[in-house]
Design a protein around this ligand. Structure first.
Ligand code: ZN
Length: 160
């Protein structure tokens, strides 16, 4: 069967950046299992996988606006260094966990200047063109309960 809305797709994937460096891959691990058409994957990749079938190999180049979005300046926050407590010394490039009203969030320390720390809350893959190699391992129709929950149950999925 072909991949369409509410297909349960099993796939192996490798994600590379423009320089050809592997950022993420299912190689050597269990394949990824997801419910198609509900936003589980970035929009550009779901679009590329529409109508594909088991055994298909898909190479997709995803622009930032169809991936994790462009880098947003409003997601750069300048905060006082004195607001950070803990043993570890702050360094540019390190990740810190913030407690926000939406729950814990990871930010990257983009810049330290005197007592001012610039935190970058953009997704690490924001602003990047993404190169995917995908192999479709399996396609099946979702159970009604999976559609209601918005995720996959059973092998490779959530267990309740
Ligand atoms: Zn569930």
């Amino acid at each position: 069967m072909k991949i369409s809305k509410h297909s349960v797709v099993t796939m192996h994937y490798t994600l590379k950046n423009q320089e050809g460096m592997t950022l993420d891959s299912s190689e050597g691990r269990q394949p990824l299992v997801y419910l198609h058409g509900v936003g589980a994957l970035i929009p550009g990749l779901e679009t590329e996988l529409n109508d594909k079938s088991q055994g298909d190999k898909v190479t997709a180049v995803i622009a930032p606006q169809d991936g994790y979005g462009e880098i947003r300046k409003d997601l750069l926050h300048v905060v006082p260094k004195s607001g950070f407590v803990g043993d570890e010394e702050l360094m540019e490039g390190m990740q810190v966990q913030l407690d926000t009203e939406h729950g814990p969030q990871i930010a990257v320390v983009a810049k330290i200047s005197g007592d001012e720390v610039t935190l970058d809350l953009n997704h690490p893959l924001a602003g990047m063109t993404l190169y995917f190699d995908v192999e479709i391992v399996g396609v099946r129709a979702a159970e009604q309960e999976e559609i209601t929950h918005g995720h996959v149950h059973g092998h490779g999925g959530h267990h309740h």
